[in-house]
Design a protein around this ligand. Structure first.
Ligand SMILES: *Cc1c(COP(=O)(O)O)cnc(C)c1O
Length: 379
């Protein structure tokens, strides 16, 4: 076998002609920022997430930062306010919080779903009753949302910013604050990433904010364009976080493939779930009633066998990856503030998780063959 963990070139190959045509259109059109492609992408992403507003921006981290900054500007958050987030997330979630002068409350994830649960949020609120916002991260493409979370955020009047970087087009089992179930529309705002390896990836960096709140959308739009609400009139000390017209056009092409590609991921995940039976391996939780979009298919390898497992897979020609070996509180940049925290679930996950190939061009036949290889590990 020779199955790389991810082959972006091969994944993009079926779309090349459409991408080239779209790029040619933008190049010939002469409008490279804030044009028709961006406006159309915003309408399409808003519709996909079931919200009124979308602001396409430079990347996912900026999408998160812009929402938090807008809430600070609108007086909904204040410097130093606490934001709950699961401790096993990718570092960017935490970077957005600390960069805006807010304080992350790093919460233990549920060991099975690897996501923050309502129970986890309740425990965090018991220790920190002054938490003002929560950032549920739909990690690996699994919606981070349940009934208890819904009740807590409404009961405690918490702002909800979904980190939807890994879960575009996922659907939660429980309705969000507005009753809809698609991620990016569950809370007050969502942040998508269109980093090339994400489920909907640009040919470079891009991201988007989704929200039902017109005032927030307007503030984010202004902040992303130097803080100006109209030309040469700056109401905020803003940033330049615009999306390129070219990337918007690439994303609109890829958006037409998203349903098909997501279904492939779901089929491959289902194949792994049915065929992996090694006692050393735990397959990811399947959430009843939800649509998980499998940005990553993350298994856990027990008994300190991860390193041996990855070497064994490599010897069989199968690429794997680890998301993530070092949680944010163990990163050098957070050593001083959070290095002293003990988060046993987060730390155990960091030692055990392994991501298997799940994206196109992988086929279910290959996934089945990978499962067979896994089942003979350690035997
Ligand atoms: C990718 C990612 C981000 C950051 O998105 P970029 O577009 O790379 O800036 C944030 N949070 C999570 C969970 C991510 O996976």
């Amino acid at each position: 076998m020779n199955i790389p963990f991810l082959d972006l070139k091969a994944a993009t190959a079926p779309m090349v002609a459409e991408l080239q045509a779209a790029a040619a259109r933008v190049i010939a059109g002469g409008r490279y920022l804030r044009g028709e492609e961006t406006a159309a992408l915003e309408r399409e992403i808003a519709a996909l997430c079931g919200v009124e507003h979308c602001v396409a921006v430079s990347n996912g981290l900026d999408a998160l930062r812009l929402v938090l900054r807008a809430w600070l500007e609108l007086g909904k958050l204040h410097p130093g306010d606490k934001v709950a987030v699961q401790a096993n997330t990718y570092v960017a979630s935490v970077l957005a919080i600390t960069d805006m002068g807010l304080r992350p409350v790093l919460c233990e994830p549920d060991a099975e779903t690897m996501n923050l649960s309502g129970t986890g949020l309740r425990q965090a609120l018991e220790h920190h009753p002054d938490i003002k916002a929560v950032m549920p991260v739909h990690l690996y493409g699994t919606p981070c949302w349940d009934n208890e979370m819904l009740h807590l955020v409404t009961g405690h009047h918490l702002l909800v910013l979904e980190d939807n970087a890994q879960a575009i087009a996922a659907v939660a089992a429980t309705g969000g604050i507005n009753g809809t179930r698609t991620t990016g529309g569950l809370g007050h705002a969502g942040a998508c990433s269109f980093y090339p390896t994400k489920n909907l990836g640009a040919l470079g960096d891009a991201g988007a904010v989704t929200t039902g709140d017109a005032e927030l959308a307007e503030a984010v739009r202004a902040l992303a364009n130097y803080g100006s609400d109209r030309r040469y009139h700056n109401i905020y000390r803003g940033y330049n976080c615009r999306i390129d017209e070219l990337q918007a056009a690439m994303l609109r092409v890829k958006l037409r493939w998203l349903d098909h590609e997501t279904q492939r991921r779901i089929d491959i995940a289902d194949c792994y779930d049915r065929h992996i039976s090694s006692p050393l391996v735990t397959t990811p939780a399947i959430i009843a009633g939800a649509r998980q979009v499998w940005h990553q298919y993350v298994i856990r390898v027990r008994d300190n066998r991860r390193e041996a497992f990855c070497a064994y897979m490599r010897d069989h020609g199968i690429g794997t990856d680890i998301h993530y070996a070092t949680p944010p509180h163990r990163q050098p940049c957070y050593h001083e503030q959070y290095g002293g925290l003990t988060l046993p679930v987060t730390e155990q996950l960091a030692r055990e998780v392994v991501s298997l190939p799940v994206a196109a061009p992988l086929t279910t036949e290959q996934a089945q063959a990978i499962a067979t290889v896994i089942n003979t590990f350690g035997g």
